[in-house]
Design a protein around this ligand. Structure first.
Ligand SMILES: [Zn+2]
Length: 240
């Protein structure tokens, strides 16, 4: 009888977890894979990043800002044409942690959809991975993502906005290499620091035995199919 009750409890726990599968900061699974993600572009660093990724034969995920795609549709097209994953970082990089107006949910929906349409027009891809600016991932963001069959994706490590040297930055990224890590970097501005070590960083990840794959592959996500990972780690929220 006790066993039966435990099974019933486990079943309901499973149902509860199944309802919060929209947000992932990293996979935390022993899968031998990691993902590189680039936010805010397409921008000044996109072309050089694409060159490095091609040279290293690596596919990454680009969380594009609608406003950046509007300014640089060719850059967005180049990302998609190179076979990288096109994802949505919403339209105008609004900080929803600080957004106090009553229309917040409505605004979040509009930001998501406006960007989705612009990205779709520029690349032909309808992105279903969404990352709100600054990693905003409170329950209202999760609900908005769900409403539009999107998956909210954050990251396990990123620090390319910190005022540190390229060497220090490289070290920090290197130390954060682990199974199913999702790395965050940015391609809107020149980002010379990241460009100085990205190639070596990719080699280091590979030397540690990890395969670099797009986020959807890392998390085994497809639209309408949310994979069974619990959110394991608090994500940093200080990203630009
Ligand atoms: Zn951003």
């Amino acid at each position: 009888m006790k066993k039966f009750i435990v099974l019933i409890l486990l079943f309901f726990a499973g149902v509860c977890f199944a309802q919060v599968k929209t947000f992932y900061s990293d996979g935390s699974k022993d899968i031998g894979k990691v993902a590189l993600t680039f936010d805010d572009g397409p921008g000044k660093a996109t072309e050089k990043i694409l060159e490095i990724l091609e040279e290293k034969n690596v596919k990454a995920s680009f969380f594009m800002l609608g406003v950046s795609v509007q300014k640089n549709p060719a850059g967005a097209k180049a990302v998609a044409a190179a076979g990288h994953e096109v994802a949505n970082h919403t339209y105008g990089h609004i900080n929803f942690y600080a957004y106090k107006d009553k229309d917040k949910t409505d605004k979040m929906e509009k930001e998501l959809l406006r960007s989705e349409n612009i990205i779709k027009e520029a690349t032909g891809v309808e992105p279903f991975l969404v990352r709100f600016p600054y990693g905003y991932s409170k329950s209202d963001a999760v609900e908005v993502a769900k409403k539009y069959d999107c998956c909210l994706i954050n990251w396990s490590f990123g620090c390319d906005w910190e005022k540190i040297t390229a060497g220090e930055m490289h070290d920090k990224y290197k130390k954060a290499i682990k199974n199913s890590a999702i790395f965050l970097m940015h391609d809107l501005h020149e980002n010379e620091k990241v460009l100085s070590f990205l190639s070596d960083f990719i080699d280091e990840i590979k030397q540690m035995g990890y395969e670099i794959v797009p986020v959807s592959e890392l998390l085994n996500l497809k639209r309408d199919r949310y994979f069974d990972f619990a959110d394991s780690e608090k994500t940093e929220t200080a990203a630009r």
